[in-house]
Ligand binder design. Structure first.
Ligand code: G6P
Length: 615
């Protein structure tokens, strides 16, 4: 996720683009850049760091008061965050300049082709490939910029929101979108381009939101012409009147970042597996694994180290690895691991999981594992973070920035990466049949749409939240793959509503927590069809006979639990190993609504921090 912004009109572009970037910084902030047209030449400036760092640099560099400009604030996907990889990117001739939010999956073959045709690249980005592809098409076919963009995009696979400017045609900016948002603010002979409306809301209330697969040529005098990228057909653009305020727009219309991030999960999961699975061919391609496959295949065991929600994802990983790849797994709190003089073998594979990539205890545990000779693999969300640099290899989750302190999309995307690794190992070890492997890929591909379905229960979950919001304690139970989800559900409630909650393996309940159950105690039980269902039903009976209030998370169409529980929340059916990706969703929403109803600060709960860089 990155933020893109542009302006073409009669005002000075620089302050508009710069302020727009500040507003879009929630979308990513590892580097920023601006390109301005001074009436003759492009002036480009970019830097690693935040928009304020760019601003400082520009104080001395910007000399133009030109009225066309584009800007970018980056959340890295391809290439570490540094000055060179920052956007905007020039084409080889220096005529075209581009900003891009998204991932061009097939950039590598395109890059090779362009190198063969004499192009060279200064950055590691997929974006620089795209701008040169556009330039190549434009020269080869002798077409206008809009046409060249269209032809080039039809050769790409992936996701994008782009803005392209040609200094030889300075009265227009060409934009396009597929899978990443893009809004055009419509003024009087002036137009604004942005990832959301926040950069232009003070200038105009009129906006065109491009649909996926659409592109537009935005001309200062002639207005906006929208077409379908695939078949060139013209689209009559719908100019929408905006009624939202600035804060609402940054949060995409959601009340909180946490809610926005919960709803982003279908796309975030897609972004995680994008380019890594070829379902029809039955292939997983993950460079971080494939380049070190011997380490994984010869591993004595896998040690997973992490903190907080990432540790819970690690626990789900343990069930997945053992089940699919038949390898022993131990999951460790990084803080305990580093101070315990742990036994680490040189043929252990250590997987460190961290959303931020900055957690101090996880970092220290990685250093210890490396000192003892283990191979360390990182699963991080933030590209170029300390942990991603300290590990021998890794895979990013590509979930986009997570702003809400309570982690949501990081968890489900970490599980997605763990599933991909386990499947790849299982295949290479020969412990999964071809048909079973294929079925798993097919099902993983369907998960985003099932998450979407699970999110539809939101109104019902709100009603349940209303009933239990005054509870002082809450118990979460799950078995097998869903035991860690019970822990995660309880953590979410604690973190943001300050209600005491405990997660437990359902069968362990009778060894202690059952003593707490009375008519005041809500018990959330994950009772999906494929996870030891009958055993969990018996546990539900035990709660019921002690008058506990039961909220069942069940598979669509369930009858037995429905008859026993006070409330049920349904999720679509899926393979057992993938149920955590769905059962997590209602638990996130339940804690969210309870916290909102209690008036808590959902995005910044007391005493917590998004990234814990101290011991
Ligand atoms: C903090 C955050 C949690 C997060 C944990 C680990 O406690 O509040 O949401 O799960 O750190 O963070 P990491 O970035 O390493 O996943």
């Amino acid at each position: 996720m990155c933020g893109i912004v542009g302006y073409i009109g009669h005002r000075e572009a620089y302050p508009i683009v710069l302020k727009g970037l500040k507003r879009l910084e929630y979308r990513g902030y590892d580097s920023a850049g601006i390109a301005l047209y001074d009436g003759d030449e492009m002036k480009l400036s970019k830097t690693k760091g935040k928009v304020v760092d760019l601003e400082k640099r520009l104080e001395s560099e910007i000399t133009t008061n030109g009225t066309v400009g584009i800007g970018h604030t980056r959340w890295a996907t391809h290439g570490v965050p540094n000055d060179v990889n920052s956007h905007p990117h020039y084409s080889n001739s220096g005529n075209l300049v581009i900003i891009h939010n998204g991932i061009i999956e097939n950039y590598e073959p395109l890059r090779q082709e362009l190198i063969n045709r004499g192009y060279s690249f200064t950055s590691e980005t997929d974006t620089e490939v795209l701008v040169n592809l556009i330039e190549d098409v434009k020269t080869k076919e002798n077409v206008k910029l809009g046409k060249a963009v269209q032809i080039a995009l039809n050769q790409t696979v992936g996701a994008y929101a782009i803005a392209v400017f040609d200094k030889n045609k300075p009265d227009e900016i060409v934009v396009a979108r597929l899978g990443s948002p893009l809004a055009i603010g419509v003024g009087e002979e002036e137009f604004f381009i942005a990832s959301d409306a926040s950069p232009f809301i003070e200038y105009t209330n009129n906006a065109i939101y491009l649909e996926d697969g659409e592109m537009a040529v935005v001309r200062k005098k002639k207005g906006v012409k929208v077409r379908k990228i695939q078949d060139d057909s013209l689209v009559d653009p719908y100019v929408q009147e905006l009624k939202m305020n600035l804060e609402q727009i940054e949060k995409g219309g959601y009340d909180h970042f946490m809610l926005k991030e919960i709803y982003e999960q279908p796309n975030a999961i897609k972004d995680t597996y994008r380019g890594r699975m070829r379902v029809e061919e039955g292939i997983i391609k993950m460079a971080g694994i494939d380049d070190h496959i011997d380490k994984f295949l010869n591993a004595r065991r896998i040690l997973i180290i992490a903190c907080g929600t990432s540790w819970h994802a690690g626990l789900v990983g343990e069930y997945i690895f053992e089940d699919l790849a038949r390898i022993p797994v131990e999951v460790e709190y990084a803080s305990e691991f580093r101070y315990r003089n742990p036994v680490i073998y040189e043929d252990d594979v250590v997987i460190a999981i961290s959303q931020s990539g900055e957690t101090a205890d996880t970092m220290a545990a990685i250093k210890l594992a490396k000192e003892r000779g283990a191979f360390v693999f990182g699963i991080c969300n933030v590209v170029g973070s300390s942990i991603s640099r300290e590990t021998h290899a890794g895979a990013y989750t590509h979930a986009g920035p997570e702003i809400g302190v309570a982690s949501t999309k990081a968890f489900t995307t970490q599980i997605t990466v763990l599933t991909l690794i386990a499947l790849q190992m299982a295949k290479k070890k020969g412990v999964i049949s071809t048909s079973d492997f294929f079925m798993h890929l097919q099902e993983l591909e369907r998960i985003p749409e099932k998450v979407e379905k699970a999110l539809e229960a939101s109104d019902h979950i709100k009603e349940v939240a209303e009933i239990y919001k005054e509870a002082s304690n809450c118990l979460y139970l799950g078995r097998g793959f869903n035991f860690p989800v019970a822990l995660e559900g309880a953590l979410k409630l604690k973190e943001i509503s300050y209600i005491h909650a405990e997660g437990y393996p359902a069968a362990e309940m009778k060894h202690g927590p059952i003593a707490l159950i009375d008519e005041q105690m809500p018990v959330i039980v994950i009772a999906t069809k494929k996870g030891h269902y009958e055993k969990v039903v018996s546990n539900i009976q035990e709660i019921k006979s002690r008058k506990g209030k039961i909220i069942g998370i069940v598979t669509e169409g369930d009858v037995t639990v429905k008859n026993l529980a006070d409330h049920v929340i349904e999720i679509p059916e899926t393979m057992e190993s993938m149920t955590p990706l769905l059962t997590t969703i209602p638990l996130q929403l339940l804690s969210y609504y309870i916290a909102v109803m209690l008036g808590k600060n959902v995005d910044q709960p007391r005493n917590l921090a998004k990234s814990v860089t101290v011991e």
